[in-house]
Ligand binder design. Structure first.
Ligand code: KPL
Length: 310
C-alpha cells in the first residue's frame, strides 16, 4: 500500500511519521518547497507520548500540478488552503481513495463534486499533535481516528478497511464507521464553540469552564448550532453539550487550533466552521446571530492583526 499525505502541518506530520514508523510506503506532499527539501534532507522526527523521539527517513515533494501516484491520499491541509487543491484531486488515479481530515464541513460538497462516493472518505480525529518545526512533530494526546463515508453505502471498500487495519498496526487508534456525518457534526459543533471562544478571549481550552459568562455564551452558540443541525436532519442533544465540556477538560492545557493560527498570523478556519453554520442557518431561515457575531469578531481580530503586522 502506498500512501500520500497532503499537508505538512501538525496532523499531516503526525500521520506521515506514524505510518512511516510502521514501515508503510509514505510520501509527504507539502505546500512549500522549503519544507519538502528539509524533510528529504533531515527526515521526520516524532516525539511520542512517552517523550521518546523517533527519527525516520521520509520521501517528500512540494505540491505540483499532479500529485504522486498512490493507493490512499490523506488530505491534511487546513480549510483555507483547500480550494487550490480541489483541481488536483479531480485527477487522482480512478482506483485510489481519498481520506479528508479537516475541521468544519465546507469541504464536503466540493469534494463530493470531484470524487465519487465509493472513493471518498472523511476522518474525524481526536489525536493531539503539535508541529515543533517543519520536520518535527509532537504527539500531545491520545485520541481516536474515525474513518467512514459521508453517508452509509451498500458496499464497503476493501482498500479502506485495509487502511484502517494498517493504521492500527502502526499504532494509530483507528476505527471504521459506516456513516461519518453524525461524528462530523458533533465535532463541528464543538469546534464552532471552543475554537472562536478561546481565540477571541485568548484562553486555553480548559479556561473556558472557569467563567459563568463565557459558559452562558457557549450555551447560546450551542443552542443555535443544534437548531441549524436539526434542520439538516442531525440530532445534536444534551450529550453533545456534555461531550464539549469533556473536550475542554481533557484538552484543558491546549490552545485551540484557531488561537494558534491567529498567533501564527495564519488564516483561520472560521468560515468553514461558524461561517458554514451561518450559511446553512440562513438557507433554512433560522436565527444565526451568535455564530455570525463570533465569525465577524474573529475576522475583525485577524484583520486587525494583519494591519498591525503582529
Ligand atoms: O479540535 C480542536 C481544535 O483545536 O481545533 C479542539 C477540539 C478544540 C481541541 O483543541
Amino acid at each position: 500500500m502506498k500512501v500520500v499525505v497532503i499537508g505538512g502541518g501538525s496532523v499531516g506530520l503526525l500521520m506521515a511519521a506514524r505510518l512511516r514508523s510502521g514501515g508503510i510506503h509514505t510520501m509527504l506532499v507539502t505546500r512549500g518547497e522549503t519544507q519538502a527539501r528539509q524533510l528529504l534532507a533531515e527526515g521526520i522526527k516524532l516525539q511520542k507520548l512517552d517523550g521518546s523521539v523517533l527519527h525516520l527517513t521520509i520521501d517528500s515533494s512540494p505540491i505540483q500540478k499532479k500529485l504522486p501516484l498512490a493507493d490512499i491520499y490523506i488530505l491534511a491541509v487546513k480549510q483555507p488552503d483547500l480550494p487550490a487543491i480541489y483541481p488536483l484531486l479531480a485527477k487522482l488515479p480512478t482506483d485510489a481513495l481519498l481520506i479528508a481530515l479537516q475541521n468544519g464541513l465546507s469541504h464536503v460538497e466540493p469534494l463530493q463534486q470531484v470524487i465519487s462516493p465509493d472513493r471518498l472518505f472523511f476522518a474525524i480525529n481526536s489525536e493531539g499533535a503539535m508541529r515543533l518545526a517543519p520536520t518535527f512533530v509532537q504527539h500531545t494526546g491520545q485520541g481516536l481516528l474515525r474513518i467512514g463515508p459521508w453517508e452509509a453505502t451498500q458496499t464497503t471498500s476493501q482498500l479502506v478497511q485495509n487502511f484502517v487495519q494498517t493504521a492500527q498496526t502502526c499504532g494509530i487508534p483507528t476505527v471504521f464507521v459506516k456513516q461519518i456525518s453524525e461524528f462530523a457534526w458533533r465535532k463541528l459543533v464543538a469546534n464552532s464553540i471552543i475554537n472562536p471562544m478561546t481565540a477571541l478571549f485568548e484562553l486555553r481550552n480548559g479556561e473556558l469552564l472557569h467563567s459563568s459568562d463565557l459558559l452562558a455564551m457557549m450555551r447560546e452558540l450551542f443552542q443555535e448550532a443544534a437548531a441549524i443541525a436539526a434542520a439538516t436532519g442531525q440530532h445534536i442533544d444534551e450529550q453533545v453539550w456534555q461531550e464539549l465540556l469533556t473536550i475542554c477538560r481533557n484538552t484543558s492545557q491546549n490552545y485551540s487550533s484557531m488561537l494558534q493560527d491567529i498567533r501564527a498570523g495564519k488564516s483561520t478556519e472560521i468560515e468553514a466552521i461558524n461561517g458554514y453554520l451561518v450559511k446553512l442557518g440562513q438557507r433554512h431561515g433560522l436565527p444565526t446571530q451568535w455564530h455570525r457575531t463570533v465569525r465577524d469578531a474573529i475576522l475583525l481580530k485577524t484583520g486587525i492583526r494583519l494591519l498591525k503586522g503582529d
